[in-house]
Ligand binder design. Sequence first.
Ligand code: PLP
Length: 407
Amino acid sequence: MSWDVSAVRRQFPFYANLEHPLHYLDSAATAQMHAAAFEAMGAHDIHARSNVLRGNHRLAEAATLAYEAARASVARFLNASAAEEIVFTSGCTAAINLVAGALAHSLQAGDEILVSLAEHHSNFLPWQRLRERGVLLRALPLDAVGCIDFSRLEVQLGNRCRLIALTHASNVTGALTSAADIAAVVAAARAVGARVLLDGAQRVQHGPVDVRQLGVDFYAFSGHKCFGPTGIGVLWGRREALAELPPFMTGGGMVGRVAIDESSWAEPPRRFEAGTPPIAQAVGLGAVLEWMLALPWERIRAHEEALLLRLLAGLMAIPGVALFGPANAADRLPVIALRLATHHSHDVCQVLDSRGVAVRGGHHCAQLLHRALGVEETVRASLALYSDADDVDALLAALHEAARVLA
Ligand code: PLP
């Protein structure tokens, strides 16, 4: 049985309410939101709106139960050992900043952090800022098509490395970091006593993740990229990895005892959730992850891969198109970066938009990756489980048109 796109589109209010035909091929930036999230957030704010973890009445209790149920859903989605390993943040960027900011307290001058040149700025700049503390930032280079060159791991990993932060999937080339490469990174990190963080922002949209199998210490992602609300994200941390971190932000809800000179902190995850969290958004994310957990991912992957191959074949037939990323569809997500001759990506996007095709142009917050590929910016098309062959064909036709109009 094949994946039924029309049936899934009926579950996305975006598709039911489109006033003009639009081929939305920018889900890597923000995916459309599933009805389960709309409904769960609406119902929560009508029936259980209250603050969490510190109320004494029935609404506060209902809100706390819903918030904690959402945490349990995230734990199931990631196959975490316990719900206490899930920290809610405002997004993937906030989750990575949390780890960098908390780790900063224990870093010494001369300690090292290892990243790669494929990282989104959200998984590069928080680590680069640690240079202010004398921390050395090292980076794995990329190969000719823009994939992380893991053959350089041994050379780049110093004895004083404290953390390795890598993307699980590139937001530009779609390249997946393989389980084998992650295992090699984890083994190398253990040998020098370093922690490993994976940026899962792009990967989560394409199915549940098994953090225990990956063997890493931290995993970060955003709700809006996996069909959930904006303003909510997740940091998963292995119990012992979270326990050794001090708070990043301080405020209500994350303390033990407060005294005038000194205070004690709550245990994780509350230690890292200062202030009123995004409660309804967490509930919406929990609902959408439960929906995702029940999906037939093998069929969806086959569908996405078939669309990716159709797109790649069509792109290769357009004169002047240059493609980046792995040649093998199994090694990548359905995310494609391309150049159309020497035309600026914003000009290409404008022509595409006028034909009802929404893609993104620019450096996609990955300037280092683009520079390594010898370009400043690209056009990026990203497919999701609600994309279909019409979307792909409309993009190809619009690119032919752009090549003609911009020539
Ligand atoms: N990491 C990657 C790979 C991304 O693609 C993005 C967003 O595009 C982020 C991190 C940051 O996510 P957010 O802006 O939702 O915090």
